[in-house]
Write a protein that binds this ligand. Structure first.
Ligand SMILES: *[C@@H]1O[C@H](CO)[C@@H](O)[C@H](O)[C@H]1NC(C)=O
Ligand SMILES: *[C@@H]1O[C@H](CO)[C@@H](O)[C@H](O)[C@H]1NC(C)=O
Ligand SMILES: *[C@@H]1O[C@H](CO)[C@@H](O)[C@H](O)[C@H]1NC(C)=O
Ligand SMILES: *[C@@H]1O[C@H](CO)[C@@H](O)[C@H](O)[C@H]1NC(C)=O
Length: 341
């Protein structure tokens, strides 16, 4: 395999494409070049590398462990979801239902899709290993649709599930619903969770039991020690994360905004309600990820607010490890299984 090809393949398996990071670490790195994107004068992005995609596998006659299919959520916004159903569920008695996991993919709010192989494979494993119904949302990306667009879509899908007559969703137990996301998707799961806490009656019979935040993407204007220590990280160095915030936050706000910095102004007031509702919030992180200190700060805030927080931090590794490395994905599956019981 040529070096160039190897780099491309490796980069595709990461959350962002860091083809130039190691060589450009000392010179000023151009994040546009590293991400292989062009910002057009009209504010849209030309994405020159699209991560590989996988089609769904809806045919129950095929010997697959997990069926999947794509369904439209809101045609006017072109949002849709990929639903994953463990094959075995078709053989269960109708009253035996599986937990429901609503999943939000990562990619710095600007990349990736629910169809991306990277996240598709993770959702298949998640559905199989935890025997859950998974709904993976295709939300709108920035900068074409800046935040809060992705948050609106993420809440809207909960209402959509509630009102849907989809036969696969009949296998889901709406009273055991978890919101899960990785990286930017972890940020989305958190903010969607805050918004859902204000609408618990409107989304019934859907009942959220936990938010599962896998290396959630947060930021702030003041650098944390881990951001400084890992400023030239090969997966998500500061120029890349700074650009992602620039492209996704509402125009005119800085990184100390409530969407990017969850600890600002003492944290969201609705956390008091999340405490009373008894939702658990699981946070996954690792020391090799520049984001780890922000994740730790979030855990501290949640503790302080009396929210039932489950902390899962590991030594070493890098950003993206819980989706990118199947042996680490098991940690997430095991956590989900403890929530089921
Ligand atoms: C924005 O500009 C790009 C590149 O010139 C073009 O391909 C795209 O169609 C334009 N989009 C809109 C909404 O004008
Ligand atoms: C779909 O999106 C449109 C545009 O934002 C919105 O007005 C409408 O309420 C949405 N439909 C549903 C069913 O949520
Ligand atoms: C599917 O899940 C079962 C547990 O439910 C596990 O034993 C098995 O290894 C999984 N298979 C794959 C291919 O992940
Ligand atoms: C982000 O925006 C700020 C303010 O507009 C600017 O100073 C900075 O250079 C931008 N950073 C990146 C990486 O685009």
């Amino acid at each position: 395999m040529s070096v160039e090809r190897e780099r491309v393949v490796t980069a595709f398996s990461l959350c962002v494409y860091l083809m130039y990071a190691s060589t450009a670490a000392n010179s000023a790195m151009d994040p546009y070049k590293a991400l292989n994107i062009i910002l057009n004068p009209n504010g849209t992005l030309t994405r020159l590398s699209i991560p590989p995609q996988s089609p769904p596998s809806p045919d129950p006659s095929l010997p697959t462990l997990v069926l999947s299919k794509d369904v439209s959520v809101n045609k006017s916004k072109q949002t849709w979801a990929r639903i994953y159903l463990p094959r075995k569920a078709l053989d269960y008695p109708p009253n035996s239902k599986l937990p429901l996991i609503v999943f939000y993919h990562g990619g710095g709010f600007i990349f990736y899709s629910a169809a991306s192989t990277y996240f598709h494979d993770f959702c298949v494993s998640l559905a199989n290993n935890t025997q859950s119904v998974v709904v993976s949302l295709e939300y709108r990306l920035a900068p074409e649709h800046r935040l809060p667009a992705a948050y609106q879509d993420s809440l809207e899908v909960l209402h959509w599930i509630k009102n849907s007559n989809d036969p696969w969703l009949r296998h889901a137990d709406y009273s055991r619903c978890y919101l899960m996301g990785e990286s930017a998707g972890g940020n989305i799961a958190y903010i969607a969770g805050l918004r859902a806490a204000a609408e618990v009656n409107q989304i019934k019979p859907l009942q959220i039991k936990a938010l599962i935040l896998i290396q959630p993407f947060f930021g702030g204007t003041k650098r944390t020690p881990s951001e400084i220590r890992l400023a030239e990280d090969h997966t998500i160095p500061l120029p890349i994360t700074d650009l992602m915030w620039n492209l996704s936050l509402p125009v005119g706000v800085d990184r100390d905004y409530k969407y990017s910095n969850p600890t600002i102004k003492g944290g969201a007031k609705i956390l008091n309600r999340i405490k009373l509702l008894g939702w658990r919030v699981a946070v996954f992180g690792c020391e090799g990820d520049p984001l780890v200190d922000r994740e730790r700060d979030l855990v501290k805030l949640l503790h302080y607010k009396g929210v039932h927080v489950v902390r899962q931090f590991y030594q070493g590794f890098r950003h993206g490890i819980f989706v990118g490395d199947p042996t680490m994905s098991i940690k997430v599956f095991n956590l989900v299984k403890t929530l089921h019981s």
